[in-house]
Design a binder for this molecule. Sequence first.
Ligand code: HEM
Length: 147
Amino acid sequence: MPLNVELLESSFAQIKAQELEFTNHFYTNLFADYPEVKPLFANTHMEDQAKKLFQSLVLVVESLRHPDRLAHPLQGLGTRHIQYGVLPEHYPLVGSTLLKALALCLGEAWTPNAEQAWSEAYSVVTELMLSGAVYSTEILSPALQKR
Ligand code: HEM
């Protein structure tokens, strides 16, 4: 099913006007709900990180009408996440935290359609990030190269 680009764009316009509230909700909830991921951010400057995360969401939403432009940067991002110690099973935790932060910031605009649109968009982003991650593991791992 194609992504609901109009709904993603219009709801993200509302999020852009509240970047700080959004990223605050995001990291507060991530660490409260899933304390097991906290050590991954032990050496991270969280203010910078919040800006980088937000910029990556801007890139995703701005590229929805040209999805071919997303594969390369997201595969690169997924590959770097292996180096940060991120595992595939961490992605659903970040996904549910993202939806929660969106719901808090969007208020009444968080309709069932908005929830569906964002959860589908997150699946696409996850798939692209993990496909880059698999590719780099294959390059790095001699055992996998032999398959
Ligand atoms: C949609 C999925 C995600 C997006 C868009 C995203 C975005 C980003 C961005 C833009 C950075 C900045 C560094 C870079 O560009 O390489 C970053 C770093 C990082 N992310 Fe993610 N991320 C995602 C999923 C995850 C997941 C599932 C985890 C695991 C809990 C995670 C943990 C981290 C960590 C630990 C860093 C490194 C912080 C540092 O530099 O110390 N991310 N992420």
